[in-house]
Design a protein around this ligand. Structure first.
Ligand SMILES: [Zn+2]
Length: 313
């Protein structure tokens, strides 16, 4: 992490946002968005997902986007990979970080990727092996993602002990860092605080841990706050809260990047992001959206009188 920031904001809009909307973004428009958001100070952007193009046409240009994005000075470029083939392609394209996600919930993992969680862990092991062979200096960071850590749409509550066990297994298999996700927007702030407290006790406070929240039930920012209080220093978010859940019409997507940056900066936590510039990027992104809904409150309310962002202080 850069020296001059306290919390790393990881923009996931070009992946999580775009993959759940209808409008197909041309490659050039994605790159324009990514470049502008990096220029606004966002230090890390998830630019795509190396899935089969026939499954997700939105992500078909991910290799091309990664190859261009890694030329942006200072930007950490991350990509999601569902399997070994995706990992090979992402590493070959030059992604700085690859995110490999599995669900803690057996039922969710089965319905999502048709594998048991143990089978997904074996897949993860192969991806680490592939990275170590292709990149002996291990410059490509592997993030082990734990989806449905706060609840599952199929099986309901997910035991904290299961999250801990899977986190320990991922680290043992070679994950460089962890990402804990409330994939379906079930979490509440107390649950978040308790889970991350337990996680840092289990894996150690020095392990880099990111958090991924959806605002499905209006608790996204409250959950982000609880995660920061517990010691999490990396948060995923989407510009304009783009996206949502294809199975829940009207449900909102990830927490909104500009609202998150405002909250952190107002709390005295430096993100390195320029809020005015970020709103311009939001406008630029919206020009390509063809009526897709966006979220967020900072965009209409603006800053309170006398607001001084921590990054500017
Ligand atoms: Zn998500």
């Amino acid at each position: 992490m850069q020296q001059d920031i306290d919390v790393l904001v990881h923009e996931v809009g070009p992946r999580d946002g775009l993959q759940s909307i209808k409008t197909v973004f041309p490659t050039g428009a994605k790159l324009e968005w990514i470049k502008a958001e990096a220029a606004a100070g966002v230090p890390q952007i998830q630019v795509g997902s190396f899935v089969r193009p026939d499954l997700l046409p939105q992500m078909a240009d991910s290799a091309e986007v990664v190859k261009e994005a890694i030329r942006i000075p200072g930007l950490t470029v991350s990509a999601l990979v569902p399997n070994l083939k995706g990992a090979e392609n992402a590493i070959a394209a030059g992604a700085h970080q690859i995110g490999v996600v599995m669900s803690v919930s057996e039922a969710h993992n089965k319905s999502n990727v048709n594998r048991t969680v143990d089978e997904s862990l074996e897949g993860f092991r192969q991806i680490v092996e592939c990275r170590n062979a292709a990149d002996p200096q291990r410059k490509t960071v592997i993030s082990g993602g734990l989806a449905t850590s706060f609840g599952c749409t199929i099986s309901g509550p997910v035991p904290v002990a299961d999250v801990m066990r899977r986190a320990e297994q991922l680290l043992k298999l070679g994950a460089d860092r962890l990402s804990v996700a409330d994939t379906v927007g079930f979490a509440n702030p107390k649950q978040v605080r308790d889970l991350f407290d337990e996680l840092f006790r289990t894996v150690g406070a020095d392990v880099a841990v990111g958090a991924h929240f959806h605002d499905t039930r209006g608790l996204g920012l409250a959950n982000a706050y609880a995660a920061v209080e517990a010691g999490v220093r990396e948060l995923d978010s989407c510009l304009g809260g783009l996206g949502g859940c294809p199975y829940a019409p009207g449900a909102s997507g990830n927490i909104v990047t500009e609202d998150l940056v405002f909250m952190l900066e107002a709390m005295g936590l430096r993100t390195g992001v320029d809020l005015d510039a970020l709103l311009e990027v939001r406008e630029l992104m919206e020009r390509h959206l063809e009526g897709e809904p966006t979220q967020g409150t900072f965009v209409t309310a603006g800053p309170p009188l006398g607001f001084v962002p921590a990054s500017a202080a």
